[in-house]
Each structure stands twice: as C-alpha cells, then as structure tokens.
Ligand binder design. Structure first.
Ligand SMILES: NC(=O)c1ccc[n+]([C@@H]2O[C@H](COP(=O)([O-])OP(=O)(O)OC[C@H]3O[C@@H](n4cnc5c(N)ncnc54)[C@H](OP(=O)(O)O)[C@@H]3O)[C@@H](O)[C@H]2O)c1
Length: 233
C-alpha cells in the first residue's frame, strides 16, 4: 500500500474512471474531478473509503476551482504525487461546413482540451515539485497524424506541444512528465461513425498509465502511444 495521492481530471467515466480503479487498487489516495457530481460520487463510493478519496466537481477551464482544489488537497493530506490531466471533449467538425458541430460549439472543445490541461499543469506543478511527483497528460494518437477537417485532432496536437513545453521547463525539478497518446478507446466519447472500428478498452489505457507511474523514480517515460491492433494512424 502507498499513501501517495493521485489526482485525475475527467475521472467520472471512460479512461479517467479506469485509471481511478487501477490507482485505487494500487493503494493511492484519490482526488477525482469532473463537472457532473452524480457519476463522480458514485465512483468514489465504489472505489474506496471516504477518508481516502476527495471527489470534487471542477470544470478544468476554471482556474479558481482548480487551484482551490490543489490547496485543499495539500491542506488535507499534505501532498500531491501524481496528476493525470485527462478531461477532454470531442465533437465532429468540418471546415468545408459539410456537417459536424456548428462553430458555436468549437469554443468549448478548444477550451476543455487545450486551456484545461494547461491550467491543470499550472495548478498542480508547484505541489508536484514538493513531492518530486509525476504529471501525465492525455493527448491522443490524433495528436500525431493528419485527420481531415478535425479540430479535435488539432487540440490534441496542442497537447503534444504542451507536454513537450512542460517537460522542457521541468528538467531539473525531479518531476516526471508523460504524454499519453491512445488510439480509439471504447468510451461514450467516440463518434458514431467510428463505433465499428477496432478499439481499446479503457482499462488497456489505465494499464499503460500505471506502467509509467510504477517505474523507478529515475525513469521518465515521456511518451506512450497505444493503439488497438488494426488502427491505421
Ligand atoms: N475515447 C477515445 O477514443 C480517446 C482516444 C484518445 C484520447 N482520448 C482522450 O482521453 C480523455 C478521456 O476521454 P474519454 O474517452 O474517457 O471520454 P469520456 O468518457 O467522455 O470522459 C470524459 C471525462 O471528462 C470529463 N469532462 C469533460 N469536460 C470537462 C470539463 N470541461 N471539465 C472537467 N471535466 C470534464 C467528463 O465528465 P463531465 O462531463 O461530468 O465533466 C468525463 O469524466 C480525453 O482527453 C480524450 O480526448 C480519448
């Protein structure tokens, strides 16, 4: 058992919930966040006892809420060891205007997927510095390849750049930085037209996260790309 503290944004379902399950099983105390309270509190109650979990509704685009949470975690448990900046949104887009979400919905996508992990990093890194901790960011295989008309992929390219910029600044601090780039994962977030494609299980991605986190302190796993067999790019 470890008394280390593991914070996950977007923890209420999908990849975040799978990581929370594995982190609880590994003995971490948990800080779980998402916007909707119902699924979040249900997961917290399922995974561990009340004294080992903080479940908090936080929008990752809300600096005050994020920084307040980190202060509360340090006040309560005196430490923060691992952070997974995972909350993300996905909508179908077309620059030609051939279907997809209307441009009014693009703002939330960009804010959640780019501003969100940037704020999460800024809010948590001072605490991670005190524990020589570990920051992981959920990017995507879409943040490496070309996807026609896909603004979501562009936000994940931004996460790729963000992880590299953060790692470059943190050299010498003792903090590890991991960019996670999953291929298609079987969660509610995948678009209808990709339902029939090969998919990973969320737990496959969680296993990759715990692999990176479980390395000896001098080993910094900087990138993990994990796709289902048969995914092209
Ligand atoms: N599924 C895939 O194929 C796939 C592949 C590669 C990468 N990813 C990435 O993996 C991450 C998790 O995706 P998923 O498939 O597990 O999605 P999901 O099942 O839709 O879960 C998304 C999580 O993020 C939370 N969330 C969304 N917007 C938020 C916001 N503004 N502030 C705080 N929490 C927010 C959601 O809860 P609330 O709605 O209650 O806030 C939920 O807990 C995302 O970054 C996604 O881009 C997914």
């Amino acid at each position: 058992m470890t008394d280390k503290v593991f914070l996950i944004t977007g923890a209420s379902r999908g990849i975040g919930a799978a990581v929370a399950r594995r982190a609880a099983a590994a003995g971490y105390r948990l800080v779980l966040t998402a916007r909707s309270p119902g699924p979040l509190h249900a997961l917290a109650a399922e995974l561990t006892s009340e004294d080992r979990v903080i479940a908090r509704t936080v929008d990752v685009t809300d600096w005050t809420a994020l920084s307040g949470l980190v202060a509360d975690v340090e006040r309560t448990w005196g430490r923060l060891d691992v952070v997974l900046a995972n909350a993300g949104a996905s909508v179908v887009t077309s620059f030609l205007g051939d279907g997809g979400a209307p441009p009014e919905e693009w703002r939330d996508l960009v804010l959640t997927n780019v501003y969100g992990p940037a704020l999460t990093a800024r809010a948590t890194i001072p605490a991670l510095r005190r524990t020589s901790g570990h920051l992981l960011l959920t990017g995507s295989a879409a943040g490496r390849g070309i996807r026609p008309g896909n603004l979501y992929a562009a936000t994940k390219w931004a996460v790729t750049g963000l992880a590299q910029a953060i790692r470059a600044e943190l050299v010498g601090t003792g903090i590890r930085v991991t960019l996670l780039q999953p291929g298609l994962v079987d969660t509610g977030a995948i678009p209808e037209h990709r339902r029939g494609d090969p998919k990973l299980d969320p737990d496959d991605v969680a296993a990759a996260v715990l692999y990176a986190v479980g390395q000896p302190p001098h080993v910094d796993v900087n990138e993990i790309i994990v796709r289902p067999i048969g995914q092209q790019n």
